[in-house]
Design a protein around this ligand. Structure first.
Ligand SMILES: CC(C)(COP(=O)(O)OP(=O)(O)OC[C@H]1O[C@@H](n2cnc3c(N)ncnc32)[C@H](O)[C@@H]1OP(=O)(O)O)[C@@H](O)C(=O)NCCC(=O)NCCS
Length: 181
């Protein structure tokens, strides 16, 4: 499902387009970007990425956005929804490495969480993060996520050639409404 346009002080979230595919393909073969990111898209081809975008646009249980700063496409974000349970599983990639460390992830979380809790009336906003991804953990804590547990040896990272521990982090509706009145 295409997400609506959401604008923050610096970042704009807009619906993903098939013409965005070459950027994702470039990011998904970059070892640094992909060090702790979703293994399924590692080294994906242009054709497969285009068809993945078309399929995401059709899915009714997921919202997907391209992230832009001043019209420049720097990454992507999305939420997989379980409407009955009132939950949303959030994910992010900022593919343009020179844009890391500028606070964009925190701003993107604010936009997505606010939309999820206020417009979609969600109850629980959560994510999974590899515990070695210190940068991500720091950004997520700063934006209000709480680490609620660690799933030990929950997966395999082929780039690090190691089994990984996955952290589960969440923000609940009551916490968000108190935090972001
Ligand atoms: C992880 C990621 C989303 C972080 O995005 P970002 O925009 O760079 O994060 P922010 O700038 O909002 O950072 C927030 C905090 O993390 C800190 N941080 C940034 N870079 C860091 C680094 N290299 N090491 C440790 N902390 C770092 C920032 O300093 C900031 O805290 P501060 O303001 O108190 O200093 C981004 O680097 C990314 O997309 N990486 C590749 C894909 C990935 O790993 N996705 C996440 C999968 S769960």
């Amino acid at each position: 499902m295409k997400g609506p346009i959401l604008k923050g002080p610096r970042v704009t979230l807009r619906p993903m387009k098939v013409s965005d595919a070459p950027n994702y393909v470039r990011w998904f073969k970059d070892k640094e970007v992909m060090k702790y990111f979703n293994n399924n898209v590692w080294g994906i081809s242009l054709e497969k990425e285009k068809s993945a975008i078309r399929s995401l646009q059709r899915k009714v249980n997921s919202l997907n956005w391209a992230v832009e700063v001043d019209g420049y496409h720097i990454g992507g974000t999305g939420i997989v929804l379980d409407k009955k349970a009132g939950t949303g599983r959030w994910g992010i990639v900022i593919g343009e490495k020179k844009e890391w460390g500028k606070g964009y992830a925190v701003e993107i979380i604010y936009l997505c969480a606010d939309y999820f809790f206020k417009k979609l009336k969600g109850e629980r906003f959560d994510l999974m993060v590899e515990m070695k991804n210190e940068k991500a953990l720091k950004a997520y804590k700063k934006a209000g996520f709480k680490l609620e547990g660690v799933m030990r040896s929950a997966g395999y990272n082929p780039r690090l050639k190691k089994r990984i521990d996955s952290g589960v982090m969440s923000i609940l509706r009551s916490e968000w409404l108190k935090y972001k009145k």
